[in-house]
Write a protein that binds this ligand. Structure first.
Ligand SMILES: [Zn+2]
Length: 160
C-alpha cells in the first residue's frame, strides 16, 4: 500500500465501530481519509484525518450532548516496541501485531482517543441546577446506572 501510495476515504457510522458504540450514544457525519506512503527514511507511514460528530451523555444533566471532533493522525508502522521508541516525535507508532491492519480499527481508536474525559454541556446550556463541580443527584439518589460507560466509572471515582 505504501509503495503504491494508496489513499482510502469513506464514511463511517456507529455500526462500524462497536467499541465506540459502547461509550457514545451516536456517531454522525463520520468521515475518514487515510493515505499510505513512505517517508525519506523508507518508513511506512499512514497519515490522514478523521472527523465525526459524536453524541455523548452530559455527565452533569445526563442529556445528550453533541461534540464535533476532528483529528489528524500521523502514524508510522512498526514491528516492535524498540522500533516504536526510535521514532521521531511527530509520529505515533502503529504496532503491527498481525499481518493485516484494519483501517476501521484505526479510525475507531482515533475517535476513542479524542473523546473528552468528562463530557458536559456549557454552563448556560445545561439543565442541571448543580454547580458544575459535582455530578451528584440533587435528591441524593444513586446515579442512574445507565450504560457501561467509562465516564460513569469516572463519576464513581470522583465521589470517592
Ligand atoms: Zn448537561
Amino acid at each position: 500500500m505504501a509503495d503504491l501510495g494508496k489513499t482510502f476515504s469513506g464514511r463511517v457510522g456507529i455500526a462500524d465501530m462497536p467499541r465506540l458504540a459502547e461509550v457514545v450514544l451516536d456517531c454522525s457525519q463520520g468521515e475518514a481519509e487515510l493515505a499510505f506512503d513512505r517517508d525519506g527514511r523508507k518508513r511506512v507511514r499512514l497519515r490522514g484525518s478523521v472527523k465525526a460528530t459524536l453524541t455523548l451523555a452530559c455527565q452533569c444533566c445526563l442529556r445528550p450532548l453533541q461534540i464535533p471532533l476532528e483529528s489528524r493522525l500521523s502514524l508510522a508502522l512498526v514491528e516492535s516496541l524498540d522500533e516504536a521508541e526510535r521514532l521521531p516525535d511527530h509520529y505515533d507508532p502503529l504496532l503491527l501485531e498481525e499481518p493485516r491492519i484494519r483501517l476501521l480499527d484505526i479510525v475507531e481508536d482515533e475517535l476513542l482517543l479524542s473523546l473528552p474525559q468528562v463530557p458536559r454541556h456549557e454552563l448556560d446550556e445545561c439543565v442541571c441546577d448543580l454547580p458544575h463541580e459535582t455530578t451528584q443527584d440533587p435528591a441524593g439518589r444513586e446515579e442512574p446506572a445507565g450504560r457501561n460507560s467509562p465516564f460513569a466509572v469516572l463519576a464513581e471515582l470522583k465521589h470517592k
